[in-house]
Design a binder for this molecule. Structure first.
Ligand SMILES: Nc1ncnc2c1ncn2[C@@H]1O[C@H](COP(=O)(O)OP(=O)(O)OP(=O)(O)O)[C@@H](O)[C@H]1O
Length: 365
């Protein structure tokens, strides 16, 4: 893909000219081996992450997410193109400089990767010990981190004595020990139940707000993107197929893959009996199926009563949900209206006039 894909959070971009992380036409090809063909895991990825933001990369299994994360901290080298962290070309660093850079990049993992023989305190202290930090500094910093992640009563416990959520809290504290500028999250909540997931995401958001650390997370769950990300990029077969502020991508997904991800959390999926009867043609249809997306201050506009009143039509609600995305209200409503062309035109016109989005999904008899 040649088009430049860039996160465009106008506020963040204005505040900081230099992105925290920049991918320039990054490709990664794993070479053929033992008769298996070569794999293009990343295909000309160009992407910027604003400092202090939380950027989510979402994609299905095998899309290239882990590879994308691993080229940021130099665990993989791009086959072509460059990755810059704080304007430093990661691939150009020698072993010593790469070690220094990695201290500025924390990482958390799906399966926590804690050392079972070390206590909570000692797991968190480990990166500082490796960096040769004086003991008193280690103690002060680890004590602070233990408070921050809410594990004050678990400092002497071993990983086997902790719940999954508590283990991830240790993982987060350990990743923050060297005061990194960037935190990479590799499916950090995938092994956790929904409630624990929410509490870990809330902790990450708090850490981001308190320390200003830039967070890049990879996930296959749109719920994660919805809960904490400012920006999202959708990756498929190694390419970024869509990106932008989370709110914008939720309001107007442009590809089928993104639409599927979005509808998995916005209640935007059609009831099955409607999906089975949905056609693209108006011929013989009595109803048009319409998706109305409510955003921002318009999220609570009484659009349905206005439609039926001013156009004198029946509007039937199939499903609807009002949510919060990127800390702004967001509603998604599926309705049927009479199928004739004039009505559909008038309805969509009125909806657009109210600053909302409307999309005809198809027709049913
Ligand atoms: N070290 C490697 N050698 C060869 N092929 C690899 C290697 N690592 C990843 N791949 C291949 O590259 C592609 C992208 O893999 P990657 O792990 O980046 O995807 P992913 O989106 O993280 O997948 P998942 O969600 O399943 O972890 C896959 O086809 C995978 O098989």
């Amino acid at each position: 893909m040649n088009a430049v894909t860039q996160f465009k959070d106008p506020v963040a971009v204005a505040a900081a000219a230099e992105p925290a992380i920049r991918f320039e036409a990054v490709s990664k090809v794993y070479s053929a081996r033992n008769g298996d063909p070569a794999v293009t895991a990343l295909d000309a990825v160009t992407l910027s992450v604003a400092p202090g933001s939380i950027a989510g990369i979402i994609g299905r299994s095998g899309a290239g997410k882990s590879t994308l994360l691993r080229v940021i901290n130099g665990l993989e080298r791009p086959s072509s193109g460059s990755v810059f962290v704080d304007n430093v070309d990661v691939a150009a660093l020698d072993a010593t400089d790469l070690r220094t850079l990695r201290r500025r990049i924390g990482m958390i993992f799906q399966h926590f990767n804690l050392l079972s023989s070390r206590t909570v305190f000692d797991n968190i202290a480990l990166p500082l010990e490796l960096a040769g930090t004086p003991k008193a500094t280690i103690k002060a910093r680890v004590d602070n981190l233990i408070e921050l992640v809410g594990l004050a009563d678990k400092r002497g416990r071993y990983p086997a004595e902790l719940s999954g959520g508590q283990k991830q809290r240790v993982g987060i504290a350990r990743a923050l020990a060297t005061e990194p500028k960037v935190l990479l999250s590799d499916e950090a909540t995938s092994a956790l139940d929904p409630e624990t997931t929410r509490s870990i995401l809330a902790l990450l958001r708090r850490v981001n707000e308190l320390t200003g650390v830039t967070i890049v997370l990879i996930t296959h769950e749109m719920q994660v993107i919805k809960e904490i990300c400012d920006q999202v990029a959708v990756i498929e077969a190694g390419r970024i197929i869509e990106e932008g502020p989370v709110y914008q991508v939720f309001a107007g997904p442009r590809t089928d893959t993104t639409r599927t991800f979005v509808s998995s959390v916005t209640g935007g999926e059609l009831p099955r009996d409607i999906t089975e009867r949905l056609t693209a043609s108006r011929d013989g249809a009595r109803h048009a199926v319409l998706r109305i997306v409510f955003t921002g201050e318009n999220a609570t506009a009484p659009i349905l009563s206005r439609l039926s009143r001013s156009l004198d039509i029946d509007v039937n609600v199939l499903s609807g949900q009002v949510d919060e995305i990127g800390q702004r209200p967001f509603g998604n409503l599926l309705v049927t209206i009479p199928a004739n062309q004039e009505t559909v035109g008038a309805v969509t016109g009125l909806i657009h006039a109210h600053g909302l989005k409307a999309e005809v999904l198809g027709y049913v008899a």
